[in-house]
Design a protein around this ligand. Sequence first.
Ligand code: PGA
Length: 253
Amino acid sequence: MKSKRLVVGNWKMYLGAAESKALAAQLAASSHSLKNTAAWIAPSFPYLSAVSEACAGSQVRVGGQNVCWDAPGAFTGEVSLNSLTECGCSFAIVGHSERRSLCNESSELVARRMDHALRAKFQVIVCVGETFEERQKGETSRVLEAQLAPIVRLLSAEAAPNLCIAYEPVWAIGTGRYPTNAEIEEAHALIAARFTKAVNYAPCILYGGSVTPENFAQILEVPLVHGALVGRASLKFDQFHGLVKISEECGAL
Ligand code: PGA
């Protein structure tokens, strides 16, 4: 997972069936010559199969925006790893700040979701990040440490290469504001150090929060930025394709 840069589109709950299929088909058709970049997309659950079909035979990989922490059973409203696999998924995002803040998902629950998926050899993107208030109070490191603690506790050295961390400051998501390169570097260095200490392996670390074709090249200058998790700019072909091209031009990791 770490030899290529990674650009992941999180479509959240924005697109309907026709838009999802059309965007996936455009991305699939444009992905054939990619050498240095992996392009992944996470559509809404109901469209996963259709999007996977549109991406079949291309380099674009499809994943879930969340995944249940347990095997299929009595978990109303959850989506199992088996179902994601049947729908053509090979990765899942867990712990997005919208799940944490709107649905009260704790770091412990996020870690259980990750653990279950990693055991099945899925690739997992775990999101972490501080609020603006926490940053203002100088609590960024403490918050990141607290979010990472249950992750690190459940992570084995064998599973670590299938894990990817997305550093997404909550105040940068969907706002047009984003941290300085120095601030991103500091957070990514903390994350890398935490994993190196625990499992002697630093996972792929993405930056997320108001990434656009205008700021991405600058953000990619940060040494520990391996790619991006992208919301709004992933919803339009030109913008997402633009991000993939910028990553591609940066060369391999
Ligand atoms: P944004 O969202 O790119 O729209 O800021 C990022 C995210 O929520 O992952």
